[in-house]
Write a protein of this length. Sequence first.
Length: 239
Amino acid sequence: MRHILEVGGRDRVEFLQGLVTNDVRRAPVWAAMLTPQGKYLADFLIVPRGETLLIDVDARLSGDLMRRLSMYKLRSDVTIAPSALQVRRGTGPAPEGAIPDPRHPALGWRLYGTEDGDDGTDFDAIRVEHCIPESLVELIPNETFILEAGFDRLNGVDFRKGCYVGQEVTARMKHKTELRKGLVTVGIEGEAPPGTPITMPDGREAGMLFTRAGPRAIAWLRFDRMGAGLAAGAARIVP
């Protein structure tokens, strides 16, 4: 379930620009809010609508996100309020007024109005195929680093936009280090629920299993421990 927040006021673009990972001036965009240490707090779509910006966020994260945004408001000419709008999504012909999902073309379109739901598309299968993380599934507040979750590949971070909360750590990970772990799509043979640790033949942990669709799944893995013999419980992890 999604909640929509509405951000208005003269300073709305400048206000969000200093807080989130993407360039709000290019909205619609996918972005995240981070801790000062660069860890994920929430991800959302930012969509222009008249004289406001809509924030399309997982309903379970919306209360904390609104509280954090309000904390940064200070004297800015900004209003932040829940919206009665709802979101529909699909991958068929886009209805009038819909926007393309900015993360990946395979995710289709989103339409903001009086109805919610989708057109029956198996979005988990799309996410697994293209390794697209989901709020509170692969994206864990206060734990996930967005570059390990593929935000740069999925148009969720802009390295030229200037400062935002957590920007220094994110930029350092991009330019000064080589990622040693992150989300990948893997094959899986056998049954294992999301959250099952992935282990090496000698028993050492290599990562964690997340969303599954058929014989493929999203996994978080240490790249130096990828290879033959990985298992998730009784299931085999294969290329």
